[in-house]
Write a protein that binds this ligand. Sequence first.
Ligand code: SF4
Length: 540
Amino acid sequence: MALEAVQGVLDDAVALADVTFVVVDLETTGGSPVECGITEIGAVKFRGGERVGTFETLVNPGVPIPRQITHLTGIDDATVTSAPAIDAVIPSFAEFAHGGVFVAHNARFDFTFLNVALQRLAYEPLEPPPVCTARLARRVVWPDVPNVRLQTLAQYFRTTVRPSHRALPDAEACAEVLHGLLELGGRLGILTLGDLHAAVRARGRPNYGKIRLADALPHSTGVYLFRGRDGRVLYVGKSNDLRARVKSYFYGDPRKKVEDLLAETRSVDGVECASELESLVVEARLIREHEPKYNRRGKTWRRYAYLALDTREAYPRIRVVRDAKRQGVYLGPFPSSQSARLAKEALEEFVPIRRCTNAMRASTRFAPCALADIGRCTAPCDGRITPERYGELVRSLVSSLSTPGGLLAALEARMHTLADAERFEEAALARDRLRALAEALARSRIDGWLVAPSDLILREPDGVTLRLRHGALVRSDAVETPLGSPCPRERADELGALRAWIARNGPTIESTDVPLAEPVDGGSRLNHLLARLRAGTRSS
Ligand code: SF4
């Protein structure tokens, strides 16, 4: 049973001036906390810069002290002969350290040695994490010092006590170094115990000083912009706590990309937002506007594509196009032309519409291709179908896009037929085509609902209301053009953020000037189909 907790759990938000620090140094017979023993413990306790306690004792390690250790510390076997054993020392040390934050230079060594002894005597171990002055110095004074040895730091801070490889003087020197580091760290925003632990954990060294760039940001929801030389936007992100999120980049994100970003950063701006959704939309807009070097997501819209059907043509065909500026029927945007092509092939499986790229008027005639022979095309090229009949075919296709139940059921049945016949490659292709089509249809159904009203007001679960004008979030400080249908591909990420947020949060509709047509045919079939395709299961 644990006899006593050595150190209580302190809140990360507590100001450093209110923290009790227990600065410790040990002398030992070697480096292994299991095989070697402690020969001396020195510790000083500080609170608000005031020394409130001192602990010093020699310890009989119960094993011979190696000569090189004696040479270093001056402690030999005769020195510790009459000293108490560690078992007798640990209770008083535990009482001394109780309630304080453990500090040491290269703290893991002292921390581990003491914890081994504490646990052997059934005491609670010291509360992690320890504060290491060597690690803290790497964030705060490097590269102003050539190394972070205690001796070097003591010189740098001109401590009154100099390290001498004896426990108490080294603990006192370490405490003076700690106070020097905390004074400098305050200018970098290290003000609370949480800041201190984060700084000690931080891995990125060269840019840590720039953490002060986050000081002007509020602790509120919004979007942050890392800017480089000349104010160029390097990276855009969103957070529910702008200052904390920006600071976290300086706490040692190991990614090379982040280190490069921080090296180039000269300033950080924040845009406060009323809600998470607003921050998602503003983030998407700012990424589109600035195309920041370090954002990958949000810059892929140039790859997006649509399926287009120009119903003014005599014999329309489905095209994969990059923009949706011409008149016609559109589906998309798709995340890539490859995905649009798969959906096109799915539709052509279902409707025997022409696939050739020749320009065709009503009277144009040329030799049919093999698709005519296998019944996959109605072959308007050699007059097998009239323009009127072909028009009906096209109208049925357009109608299937808004009420896709029959279309999807037929394509799914075809996929299963192929799988049952062990034509697995063809079945896999049919699955990919069906999935590309079904996902686009699912997106377009929500987009249509969002984009149609010129005034749609949504209420978030926390009560915040949001106004959309044809799919574009209305903000008080910006005039945003409506999205329209189909959504322009450069703004598809903005609409996608809105769509994903609605799926996650389920807001209620406060008011709309376009009544919803519910239930929409095929909606639940579409959702179930997508769930089956993603899970790789069949309908029962
Ligand atoms: S059958 Fe004629 S219209 Fe149909 S795809 Fe072939 S060439 Fe084009």
